[in-house]
Design a binder for this molecule. Structure first.
Ligand SMILES: [Zn+2]
Length: 456
């Protein structure tokens, strides 16, 4: 890690995307961990700088923001028994494996996921963790420690599952917790970790897993707790038609009606996936300001469907991107996810969907989804969270528009990433991170997890 000088001019980038109408053609000045000023094309900083970084070979973006993930799933990537399964059977096969998660395995999984994200230009990530088996009650505490060590920002959600198989839910009994325990731990985590203001490193949100794995009671109580503490609410919704059918059978309601019935249809809520909405539901979500984390790769891998992103945005729904858990993507790569979003939405709406719109979902849109106005754009006063890409690999050779080349030529790795004014990726690597040692520890943990399932 290299500490930043007191005023650093990141000078004259090859191309820049500010995610707003501001001109930063001459780069920007970083001071005190924030963006002090944008330098217009051909201009110079208004005050002297004590250091300059020549960005003439870099495409400069706001740090990418990931709005939906399950870090622990990096331990069950590309697992044969679910390689070709849709959501419900996929979950039912994986739940017993995940129920064996240990603190050591989770720690390695979080480190792998965050390192992958960081190397892809991501500076802030949301994680949805809902597994708290015996011995792993402090899962979110483990995650918070890794986030702080890696120097990224995260919204860690205290997930929950309370509706077991024997009560008509999907998860096995061994993976669910009682309401009292869930709510008490949610409150503890908010008090212990949630930073409400600008520049927050760790924020906490409450995240009952999905309509088919929690009771209505947990939804209602979580909404009340979130309101009392000013934290956000997250869940999976309208991911598959199986889920729609479950809601109709169990509650006699469509998904958005169910959401409203438990007090969640508001601007405190963001939804993972948000695919199967009708026109009226899209209008209601927009009017309420409920946000959506679009997860294109996962939705294609599990054949869940295609989110109606342009219509959601036009209705006023904040839309961001999520890589989703690594058992359904199986990569944690935010810049590639922006490419997937661009192409999936072009398939739905036509080739006129611009590259900038997809970059906007990955930055400004995702920041709004997480309820943050201090990140996701390049503007004076915002956090100095930056992602910088070079175009010197073979895959870019012959490209003309540097910004379009990022997505169209499939950039997959940032050269430099800054979080709060500190370089966290330098020359395409994370200073201080022993990647082979991490991969060895993580893959051994992954093997143990799956082998114990085989021995059952
Ligand atoms: Zn998910």
């Amino acid at each position: 890690m290299t500490p930043a000088p007191s005023r650093l001019w990141i000078k004259n980038p090859l191309a820049v995307f500010t995610a707003n109408d501001l001109d930063a053609g001459g780069g920007l000045v970083v001071a005190g961990g924030r963006i002090a000023e944008l330098v217009p094309t051909g201009g110079r900083p208004s005050e002297p700088c004590d250091a300059t970084y020549d960005a003439g070979g870099h495409v400069l973006l706001p740090g990418l923001v990931n709005t939906h993930h399950h870090f622990y799933q990096t331990l069950t990537r590309a697992w044969g028994p679910v390689a070709d399964a849709p959501l419900f059977p996929w979950l039912q096969k994986l739940y017993p494996v995940w129920a064996r998660l240990t603190p050591e395995a989770l720690e390695a999984a979080v480190e792998v996921a965050l390192a992958e994200l960081l190397l892809s230009g991501c500076t802030t990530a949301a994680d949805h963790h809902y597994l708290f088996p015996d011995g792993l009650r402090e899962a979110v505490d483990i995650e918070a420690a890794v986030v702080q060590r890696m120097g990224m920002r995260a919204t860690l959600t205290r997930g929950s599952m309370s509706l077991g198989e024997d009560d008509g839910g999907l998860p096995p009994r061994s993976t669910v917790q009682g309401a009292e325990e869930i709510l008490a731990d949610s409150e503890r985590l908010i008090r212990q970790y949630h930073e409400p203001g600008d520049g927050a490193v760790v924020q906490i949100a409450l995240a009952p897993c999905s309509p088919f794995s929690v009771t209505s009671e947990i939804m209602v109580e979580s909404a009340g707790l979130a309101e009392r503490h000013g934290v956000r609410l997250h869940t999976h919704l309208a991911e598959t038609l199986d889920e729609e059918e479950f809601c109709r059978e169990r509650f006699g309601l469509r998904t958005v009606d169910y959401l409203e019935s438990v007090g969640w249809l508001g601007d405190r809520t963001w939804l993972g996936h948000g695919i199967h909405f009708d026109d009226g539901e899209i209008a209601r979500l927009g009017a309420a300001g409920t946000a959506v984390a679009h997860c294109p790769t996962s939705n294609m891998r599990l054949a869940s469907g295609t989110a109606r992103v342009l219509e959601l945005e036009d209705a006023g729904v904040p839309v961001g991107l999520g890589v989703d858990g690594s058992a359904s993507n199986d990569a944690s790569n935010m810049i590639l996810e922006a490419r997937q979003a661009l192409y999936l939405q072009r398939l739905r709406y036509g080739a006129g969907v611009p590259v900038e719109r997809a970059l906007g979902w990955a930055t400004r849109g995702s920041a709004a989804v997480l309820g943050r106005s201090d990140i996701g754009q390049l503007a004076p006063g915002l956090q100095a969270d930056l992602a910088m890409f070079t175009l010197d690999e073979l895959r870019f050779s012959g490209s003309h528009d540097p910004l379009a080349a990022l997505l169209l030529c499939a950039a997959d790795r940032a050269d430099r990433v800054m979080v709060g004014g500190v370089w966290r990726v330098v020359d395409g690597a994370i200073p201080g991170l022993d990647v082979p040692a991490l991969a060895a520890r993580h893959s051994a943990a992954a093997r143990r997890l799956v082998d114990s399932e085989k021995r059952k």
